[in-house]
Design a protein around this ligand. Structure first.
Ligand SMILES: [Zn+2]
Length: 576
């Protein structure tokens, strides 16, 4: 626009949505005429909020950048130049002067496990030395009756200052009379002490089960590290504190409230909550009823909730803009960060190809059932072998029951090749590669080696193949902070500065789209969020500095000034 428009001209020329007639654009609609535009003429419309003097990166290719935008009834009313947007303000309109700061759409994490009660109420194992972990376990054991489990979470085996692995003997020293588990933040491996191994009857003569492993010392004795489904033997031994249903519900409520604050403080406004079960669904509704739900959630439900919801006639998409039933989640192989994913070539210097946790037939059965009942499916598959198996199931289901826009997902989809990329594109499948891992888990990538790292967390390859790849943290395994994710994807450098798979770098603009509009697409919600576009929810983040202009190696340090969801400031929290 070459000149400032009058209020009336501006209202009639923009895709302005009047109060009471605000609807999201239907999927794929690109027209500028929006419902209610004609009603916007005259003085009936006033913005609740205007944001001016901002560098707005909209993630909307029709209008990628703007200076200002207006919000009404929780939705974006108009996007444009300062003078134009000031035209929809009245004396009652709240004005946020961004003073040159950057505004982006709220970030979307397409794969997250935000369960706060473990770190709130159990041992927070996110520590940097065996000594610190031992002290935390000793403290918890002192307040726990002998024979009862002591459980630590969020442990990271490669970040220990001692430079040696954790061993069951470390745990025996501080808790000889309690079964102890130390659970890796990745969720696929755990360490147990001798009391736990004894209770479970695990000895040097115990064979590895088909879908798991007992790691051993050179002399054959179990060293305490146990992977994948070999951990099942610990589930029914030892004593566990019993909680009443009310206590469990209260723990989950507190955990969710805690996580919702942390997520929005980092700039996230939507998370795809993976493996949600009944207690998660209840926690979301409880926290929302308390007025404490700050982020929107798309629930990729676990097998138990899935079967009940399916039998009740629910399918993907039911819910509203805050809590929506998404797809159903399964897991078919090991972990990237814990080096157990199933690959066609071994880990560097070993003959270890990783671990499958589902057979091809099991994958087919789950996919056929969910697909034929109208559900989106997301299967965890990290290695190329596993990704191929999951794609076979999607290809077969889509051939049997064609669907124009099913968007099944491959959760993580870490190691790809050109054949897998082609089939992902052809089936409309959505990969959700880790977006903070290059930076955060750098000390682990040597076990994959430089060649494999050129095909891992392959954001560049997905974009170049025309695949709408979203961002995904997999918190707890990965940190959820979206600015760390932008830095990780843009620089492909780890926290020590080492570069991994430089061919997979993306630009800052591409990273912003991955973290916003592409995340909305993964949940079929691109018509209502993911960009700063008239008619969409006013979910946005104010950044103190422009990620395009800072040293890319410092993007993660940009301060989050404010996070807004549906036009309401959720960070900094008022009255929290
Ligand atoms: Zn996960």
């Amino acid at each position: 626009m070459g000149r400032d428009l009058s209020r009336k001209e501006f209202l009639s020329r923009t895709a302005l949505l009047a109060a009471g007639a605000v609807l999201p654009r239907s999927a794929g609609a690109t027209g500028s005429a929006a419902p209610g535009a004609s009603q916007a003429k005259g003085s009936g419309v006033e913005a609740d909020l205007i944001v001016v003097n901002a560098r707005v990166f909209t993630s909307d290719s029709a209008q990628p950048r703007a200076e200002a935008f207006a919000v009404k009834d929780g939705r974006v009313l108009a996007v444009g130049r300062n003078a134009d947007i000031r035209n929809v303000a009245t004396a009652r309109t709240r004005v946020f002067d961004a003073a040159g700061m950057t505004v982006t759409p709220g970030f979307i994490d397409a794969h997250c496990h935000p369960r706060g009660e473990r770190v709130l109420f159990e041992v927070d194992g996110n520590l940097r030395s065996i000594a610190a972990l031992k002290a935390a376990i000793a403290k918890k054991a002192a307040e726990t009756p002998p024979g009862f489990w002591v459980n630590a979470y969020m442990f990271d085996d490669t970040k220990l200052s001692e430079g040696r692995p954790l061993h069951r003997r470390d745990l025996d020293e501080v808790a000889p009379n309690h079964p102890v588990s130390v659970n890796h933040r990745g969720g696929h491996t755990s360490w147990y002490n001798s009391a736990a191994l004894r209770l479970a009857g695990v000895t040097r003569n115990t064979p590895d089960p088909e879908h798991g492993r007992f790691f051993r010392d050179a002399d054959g004795e179990p060293n305490g590290r146990v992977a994948e489904r070999a951990r099942d033997v610990f589930a029914s031994v030892g004593q566990r504190k019993r909680y009443t249903p009310d206590e469990l519900r209260e723990r989950a409520r507190q955990g969710m409230r805690h996580m919702s604050r942390l997520l929005t403080a980092s700039g996230l406004t939507t998370v795809h909550h993976m493996y949600a079960e009944q207690d998660d669904l209840t926690a979301y509704q409880d926290v929302r009823a308390d007025g404490e739900l700050r982020h929107r959630a798309y629930l990729m439900v676990g097998p138990n909730a899935y079967r009940q919801l399916r039998d009740a006639g629910v399918r993907t998409g039911m819910g509203d803009e805050w809590i929506r039933i998404g797809g159903t989640k399964r897991s078919a192989d090991g972990s990237a960060s814990e080096r157990t994913m199933r690959m066609s070539t071994p880990y560097v210097g070993t003959d270890d190809y990783g671990i499958l946790t589902m057979s091809q037939e099991e994958i087919h059965a789950e996919v056929d059932d969910a697909h034929s009942h109208g559900w989106q499916v997301g299967i965890h598959a990290n290695g190329d072998v596993t990704i191929d198996m999951v794609l076979k199931a999607y290809e077969r289901a889509l051939a049997r029951w064609p669907h124009p826009d099913r968007r099944h997902r491959i959760e993580h989809c870490s190691l790809v090749n050109s054949d897998l990329l082609r089939r992902i594109k052809a089936t409309g499948t959505i990969p959700t590669p880790f977006w903070t891992y290059i930076y955060y888990h750098g000390e682990k990538w040597g076990e994959y080696g430089d060649d494999k790292m050129q095909h891992m967390f392959a954001h560049r390859s997905f974009l170049d193949t025309g695949i709408v790849v979203p961002g995904a943290s997999d918190y707890g395994p990965g940190p959820f902070e979206p600015l760390m994710a932008l830095q990780s994807m843009v620089t492909r450098r780890d926290f020590k500065g080492r570069e991994w798979g430089a061919n997979q770098k993306v630009t800052v603009d591409e990273a912003l789209r991955i973290g916003t509009i592409n995340g909305a697409h993964a949940s079929y919600e691109e018509a209502s969020k993911g960009s700063i576009t008239a008619g969409k929810w006013a979910d946005f983040v104010v950044l103190e500095r422009d990620p395009h202009e800072v040293d890319p190696n410092t993007i993660k340090d940009i301060r989050i000034v404010q996070t807004t969801v549906g036009g309401k400031v959720v960070y900094p929290a008022s009255g929290a």
